[in-house]
Design a protein around this ligand. Structure first.
Ligand code: PMP
Ligand code: GLN
Length: 404
């Protein structure tokens, strides 16, 4: 007979654990990590009543049809575990969308995994392929979750700065950072926080590099549909040699304005997908069932929706930038994402992390300092502003910024 511990036995066992822990210092596995800048700045904005252009999320609601679909699926009783790799209806819609937008076939069964947010997908991809001692290249400024994932896997994050001013890939610096221990390269395009995009030539170059050196890639493409002007999003999936070595991550939070639903997906070749799922099943196991069903229905019913996003956000970017024309800020180019960098060097030479707090309190607009996304922040003076906001909020924020 299996031994089922009684509540008393469990309690004393629990106590023993507590005693043991109490005698031993907990050694942080992430000693340099605090609360994320997004949480910190949103909390500050709330505390001082500032307009919150810091953390990236829309202040407007998701499409009505999508929200109704979620309510419908919850009320219809679709509230238990989904299959581990994701509801097949959703994986089929994802495959159809990739075919529609990228002209590429992906097998929903062996190449697509639904994940509870790109953050979880990135974590699982890193855990699946990085071993102690491996080096992982990431480009600064880089998204805050990358380095902790690598460190938790026992790997070493190697930071390669993007070109100052343009935030383009710097091939010489990348090549100088490669060693026989390099295992993985993490790229993000369209790029948070700069809004730059990788060109077709960049991806062809990366493809040749990873094939030659037998490397893996994590391609974070959560802003894939948010590209402006002449910029085109090039996915790692479009380059067969790159695709064969890549985990490519997407987020419904961005595409459907539901960051709080924390659902996205990872596309990877079958062998990489199998390894990703081995980790995913023990991290979250599954993404939320009714959310998956709602997103799948919406993708089936409104296949053209993602194509509307570029014009929608470009208009918001332009509205925000035009309203800032009389200000003392200089606008950096934003080819994609829903972020705009403002260069404040004509106003102040204070560090960005000092100014963003000061200005949230004194001028009522919260932003993100980009130095926190660097291993060694260069001499530059940028703050990041999120323009996924209503026109009235963007105008009010710009008015306040013009007074600085
Ligand atoms: N990568 C980048 C570059 C991001 O900006 C974000 C945040 N939104 C994520 C990944 C995480 O996406 P999700 O909310 O789906 O976890
Ligand atoms: N990705 C969002 C941003 O860049 C924030 C996500 C988060 O708060 N973790 O602002």
């Amino acid at each position: 007979m299996r031994h089922i511990p009684s509540p008393i036995a469990t309690a004393s066992w629990g106590q023993k654990i507590r005693t043991t822990t109490g005698n031993r210092m907990i050694q942080s596995k992430l000693p340099h990590v605090g609360t994320t800048i997004f949480t910190t700045m949103s909390a500050l904005a709330n505390e001082c009543g500032a307009i919150n252009l810091s953390q990236g999320f829309p202040d407007f609601d998701a499409p009505g049809g999508l929200r109704e679909a979620l309510a419908r699926h919850v009320m219809a009783g679709h509230n238990q575990y989904a299959p581990m790799a994701g509801v097949m209806h959703l994986r089929e819609q994802i495959s159809a969308q990739i075919r529609q937008y990228r002209k590429i076939s992906c097998d929903p069964d062996t190449e697509i995994t639904v994940v509870p947010g790109a953050t979880e997908g990135i974590f699982c991809a890193v855990m699946a392929c990085v071993r102690p001692g491996d080096e992982v290249i990431m480009f600064d400024p880089c998204y805050d979750s990358y380095q902790p994932c690598v460190e938790l896997a026992g790997g070493r994050a190697i930071h390669v700065p993007l070109t100052a001013g343009t935030f383009a890939l710097d091939r010489d610096r990348l090549e100088a950072a490669l060693t026989p221990r390099t295992r993985l390269i993490m790229v993000n395009s369209p790029h948070n926080p700069s809004g730059s995009t990788l060109t077709r030539e960049d991806l062809l170059y990366l493809q040749a590099l990873v094939e030659r050196l037998d490397l893996l890639v994590i391609s974070d493409e959560v802003y894939e549909h948010l590209v402006f002007d002449e910029a085109v999003h090039h996915s790692a999936l479009e380059f067969p040699g790159l695709r064969a070595r890549s985990f490519t991550l997407f987020s419904f939070g961005k595409t459907f304005s539901v960051t709080g639903w924390k659902t996205g997906y990872c596309v990877a070749p079958p062998a990489l997908t199998a390894e990703l799922r081995k980790v995913h099943q023990f991290v979250c196991f599954v993404a939320v069932t009714p959310v998956q069903l709602a997103v799948a229905d919406f993708m089936r019913d409104e296949p053209g929706y993602p194509a509307t996003l570029a014009a929608f956000y470009q208009r918001k970017r332009d509205l925000f930038c035009q309203a800032l024309a009389p200000s003392r800020f200089t606008l950096a180019p934003s080819a994609g994402t829903y972020f705009q960098l403002l260069d404040y060097s004509a106003i102040s030479r204070e560090p960005d992390s000092v100014l963003c707090e000061q200005w949230a309190r004194a001028h009522g607009v919260a932003s993100i300092p980009i130095s926190v996304f660097y291993e060694s922040p260069p001499q530059q003076h940028y703050l990041r502003f999120c323009f996924a906001k209503s026109d009235a909020v963007l105008t009010a924020a710009a008015e306040r910024l013009c007074r600085i």
